[in-house]
Design a binder for this molecule. Structure first.
Ligand SMILES: C[S@@+](CC[C@H](N)C(=O)[O-])C[C@H]1O[C@@H](n2cnc3c(N)ncnc32)[C@H](O)[C@@H]1O
Length: 198
């Protein structure tokens, strides 16, 4: 992943466009998340916590994990300032090491496109999920207009489903939920959500 890039942009990540898109994603996630009381959430690739921190009221415990040390610094500052007692931020890259965290719910938004080994990361999410737990992967629908040397230009529903099936997930559903202007490498794009159970 582009660790240096995310380290470099961490402090100015929360601009208007990113907040706007995160608000739309959060709204979509909330439609799926029910019975969260007493449960543990892992927001993997949490960035500055635009999703996970907003969900901290609904869960018993929230782990915000990111491979970028600067993103984790921003997360820790936000947690301190808002005095959020049930949230914890930590540096984590499941492609390089395992985690002992087990979560009942995992969200991973706009992260898969930044990694090379998609299948491995999906497998690691499966391993980090408790039995009966749920995963929500938000990413871009496949978009041939986008070309960038360091990001995957989205995923087809079939490709995502296949990787999730290979990892062992069941009840996999993928749907598009938002079309935005210039949201993916300055290109108009569609955002999808894949949900599944362990
Ligand atoms: C585009 S940001 C998305 C942040 C947040 N999930 C959101 O939707 O607002 C992608 C984040 O994924 C993190 N990331 C990329 N590859 C990662 C990996 N292998 N493990 C953990 N985090 C990763 C980056 O550091 C960055 O903070």
């Amino acid at each position: 992943m582009n660790e240096e890039i995310f380290n470099e942009i961490a402090k100015r990540y929360d601009n208007e466009e990113r907040r706007h898109l995160a608000g739309i994603i959060l709204n979509e996630l909330k439609q799926h998340l029910d019975n969260t009381e007493g449960k543990v959430l892992l927001d993997y690739g949490a960035g500055t916590g635009l999703l996970g921190l907003e969900l901290s009221d609904s869960f018993e415990k929230v782990h915000l994990a990111d491979a970028s040390s600067e993103m984790v610094k921003v997360l820790k500052e936000k947690i301190d300032i808002a005095n959020i007692k049930n949230a914890q931020a930590q540096e984590m890259n499941l492609l390089e090491s395992d985690t002992i965290i087990k979560a009942d719910t995992i969200i991973m938004s706009l992260v898969l496109l930044h990694v090379k080994d998609h299948q491995k990361l999906i497998q690691k999410l499966y391993d980090a999920l408790s039995d009966g737990g749920e995963v929500y992967i938000v990413d871009f629908d496949k978009n041939d207009q986008v070309t960038h040397p360091k990001v995957t230009n989205g995923f087809t529903h079939g490709n995502l489903k296949e990787m999730m099936e290979n990892a062992g997930f069941k009840n996999i559903k993928v749907k598009n939920f938002y079309e935005g202007k210039e949201i993916f490498v300055k290109t108009d794009a569609t955002v999808l959500i894949a949900s599944a159970e362990k």
